[in-house]
Design a binder for this molecule. Structure first.
Ligand SMILES: Cc1ncc(COP(=O)(O)O)c(C=O)c1O
Length: 406
């Protein structure tokens, strides 16, 4: 069973105080905090093993290569990819999705083709496809949401046709917390011969991912949203597709042979990792994956669900709060809300004065906010170190904020 009091001890930043109050961190959908195991892995790398990888014929370079490739293997197992070479390290989810748009998309999407995304996408899984569609004369189609803030799968079925080249969908909304039925969405897309990309930026920290079971072609996520360092992203892509994809960036580390006027590229994943990689952070990302694996997703979900229920019930008692959440059984640990007459930035500011960090704004989902008729929202997002006391302090601070603004 997860004991947040025990877990908190691994996260030095949670000891930070303001006016005698410890930090309550509830902006995990934006980025998570880092346990000392991850911080120590970075320090340890620079103190003992720092060297460039894949090229040095000396001890520390060979050790650094083994650590970096070990992180790739751990990532492969974490999402059950069929092969280690299906894992490409990027900077973040955004870069992973752009990589697919610029390489696979450039080659395969043609005039008149259709790309399906949903109304709830983060800008990172919308703008690359907008750009590609405009450039190629292709069309973007949108899966709508129902009144209960879940995806309308019946409408999705109507959008699919032989023109559908790609379905690019988030596994979990960073605003609503809505969990998308990604296996069903993928199966339906496959019936029409379309490729599928899953934006797992919000999923990877909270749910077991099995890319072979999902049967998707691409899946993207970020280390920093799952206890790991910033500057590390993952792109999973099916090997048969990767082999045919042109490179994204050109230069060192991604070649097999070079002539003055031509080049032969290395095999994936090296073909897609040009230049010196973010070695230390990739190595530390392994420690984050190990930390999550040790906790187990079963226990993480039990903890999150219990805390989510508690938070929803406590927030629902405050009359002026309007929750923007889907049915509980289709929700991840994200609670978005508004308060009558108080701008979300003022809510976040009021909570900050109590040393409570939440997010306020449009959360990189302008079209979704427009659709909901909201100029901005406030968002609480939970993770393994949060506990009921964090929720109690937040609820008290919200009551105080309402009183002040009234
Ligand atoms: C659903 C979703 N997709 C993509 C991203 C972009 O992630 P990153 O900033 O790590 O590239 C985010 C970040 O909040 C997200 O929530």
């Amino acid at each position: 069973m997860i004991d947040p009091a025990q877990i908190k001890k691994d996260f030095p930043i949670l000891n930070r105080e303001k006016n005698g109050k410890t930090l309550v961190y509830l902006d995990n959908a934006s980025t998570t905090q880092k346990p000392k195991q991850v911080i120590e892995a970075i320090t340890n790398f620079y103190e003992n093993t720092n060297a460039n990888i894949h090229r040095g014929i000396y001890d520390i370079s060979e050790e650094a290569t083994a650590l970096y490739e070990g992180a790739r293997e751990t990532t492969q197992k974490f999402i059950n990819a069929a092969s280690k070479s299906e894992i490409i390290f990027t900077r973040n989810t955004t870069e992973s999705i752009n990589l697919v748009a610029y390489t696979w998309g450039e080659k395969n999407v043609q005039k008149g083709d259709e790309i399906i995304v949903s109304m709830i996408e983060h800008h990172s899984n919308l703008l690359p496809w907008q750009f590609l569609a405009k450039k190629k004369g292709a069309h973007l189609k949108f899966i709508p949401i129902k009144d209960d803030l879940t995806l309308d799968i019946e409408e999705y079925k109507k959008l699919l046709s032989e023109k559908t080249k790609l379905v690019a969908i988030t596994g979990m909304s960073n605003v609503l917390g809505t969990i998308a039925p990604i296996e069903e969405i993928t199966n339906l897309a496959k019936e029409h011969g379309a490729h599928v990309l899953i934006d797992a930026a919000q999923t990877a920290a909270h749910q077991q991912i099995d890319v072979q079971k999902i049967n998707c072609d691409f899946l993207a996520f970020s280390s920093h949203k799952m206890l790991g360092p910033t500057g590390v992203g993952v792109l999973y892509a099916r090997q048969s597709i990767l082999k045919k994809m042109p490179p994204f960036l050109y230069g060192g580390s991604m070649i097999a042979a070079v002539e003055l006027d031509s080049a032969e590229f290395a095999k994936p994943p090296q073909k897609f990792e040009a230049g010196t990689s973010n070695i230390a952070d990739v190595v530390a990302f392994k420690s984050a994956l190990d930390y999550i694996t040790d906790l187990t997703f079963n226990e993480i979900q039990k903890h999150e669900k219990e805390l989510y229920k508690y938070a929803i019930s406590e927030l629902s008692k405050i009359e002026d709060i309007k929750l923007v959440t889907p049915p509980e059984d289709q929700a991840g640990p994200v609670i978005t809300f508004t308060i009558k007459g108080i701008h979300p930035h003022d809510i976040a500011e009021a909570l900050n004065s109590e040393n409570i960090a939440i997010r306020a704004g449009k959360h990189c989902t302008d079209p979704l906010h427009k659709h909901l008729g909201l100029i901005a929202t406030a968002r609480i997002s939970l993770y393994v170190y949060n506990d009921k006391q964090d929720i109690d302090r937040t609820v008290e601070a919200l009551k105080k904020c309402i009183k002040i603004f009234a």
